[in-house]
Ligand binder design. Structure first.
Ligand SMILES: Nc1nc2c(ncn2[C@@H]2O[C@H](COP(=O)(O)OP(=O)(O)OP(=O)(O)O)[C@@H](O)[C@H]2O)c(=O)[nH]1
Ligand SMILES: [Mg+2]
Length: 273
């Protein structure tokens, strides 16, 4: 029986590459816990060894909320590993996409699915590599009852990163300062990938208009939400370097990350904010 005490477990689904056929049953009975219910969205590419530990930590920290993996047919068999976990966890769902199409594209597809099918009132975006601590989920969910967007932030008091050398710390901090200054979005961690959203605030923007595909997707989304009047809050997290699998960070992703804040600044200069 699920931890939430509901009698009938949700139907397990294994979604296929054709988005038209990806049907998900309504969200199962939710744990009350005094927290907002949510759907966790996790894009994956070659994260096989991270799936089981991640799901175990999420379950321990936040109960049986649904988790939607969006996998780009990872050659390492990540989707098979998700299916293995699905066999004993009916709240784990999977979209399998035909091939590697980028982080932003995977997040977009998963978000659109939750929004168009009304699967939940809140979405939480998360990485698979255990860099984001699931143990902070309850705090984030408490906050999202009062705000539109809640960010798991490295750059507020109590936040930080472990196992990063000084060069990486300076680069990441500098990139965030640059992004915050140019985009004008009043948050300290613009590139944060651990973010909770109220579904209704995401419905105010056209996700297809967000063209960035690497971590700039995160900045572009925050920028668009800010322009729509979203109320932001940040909760400190300590970001851990991945232990298994490889980073997908590339020069192309970095260039996009440098260009987007300039695009945003030009938009601000030419527009209302
Ligand atoms: N579906 C899908 N997921 C992706 C793609 N690229 C990255 N991801 C996932 O997005 C998340 C973030 O990617 P990472 O490789 O950890 O990138 P990062 O966090 O910017 O870089 P590191 O700090 O070096 O780990 C992980 O869960 C990846 O598996 C992609 O093309 N498609
Ligand atoms: Mg990562």
């Amino acid at each position: 029986m699920p931890l939430d005490g509901s009698a009938s477990p949700a139907k397990k689904i294994d979604l296929v590459a054709d988005p038209e056929k990806q049907v998900m049953p309504p969200a199962p009975c939710r744990p009350a816990r005094g927290l907002a219910s949510f759907m966790l969205i996790i894009p994956t590419y070659n994260e096989k060894d991270n799936i089981a530990p991640l799901v175990a930590r999420v379950r321990k920290a936040a109960g049986n909320e649904p988790i939607l993996f969006a996998d780009d047919s990872s050659p390492d068999g990540t989707a098979d590993e998700v299916r293995r976990v699905q066999a004993h966890d009916p709240y784990v769902h999977l979209i399998v996409r035909p091939g590697k199409d980028g982080y932003g594209s995977a997040c977009r597809q998963a978000m659109k699915k939750v929004l168009t099918e009304n699967l939940d009132d809140h979405l939480v975006q998360f990485d698979a590599d255990l860099s984001h601590p699931p143990e902070v989920l309850p705090r984030v969910l408490e906050m999202v009852k009062s705000y539109d967007v809640v960010i798991g932030s490295r750059y507020i008091a109590g936040g930080g990163s472990v196992n990063w050398d000084l060069r990486r710390k300076i680069l990441s901090f500098g990139a965030n300062l640059y992004a915050r200054t140019l985009t004008g979005v009043p948050v300290h961690d613009m590139t944060a990938g651990f973010v909770a959203y109220r579904a209704d605030i995401l419905r105010r923007i056209d996700l297809d208009s967000i063209t960035s595909n690497g971590y700039a997707f995160l900045m572009e989304l925050k920028f668009n939400l800010h322009r729509k009047g979203a109320r932001f809050a940040e909760v400190p997290i300590v970001f851990a370097e991945r232990e298994a699998g490889k980073s997908k960070f590339s020069k192309k992703i970095m260039i996009e990350g440098v260009k987007f804040p300039v695009r945003a600044m030009l938009k601000r200069l030419g527009g209302s904010r």
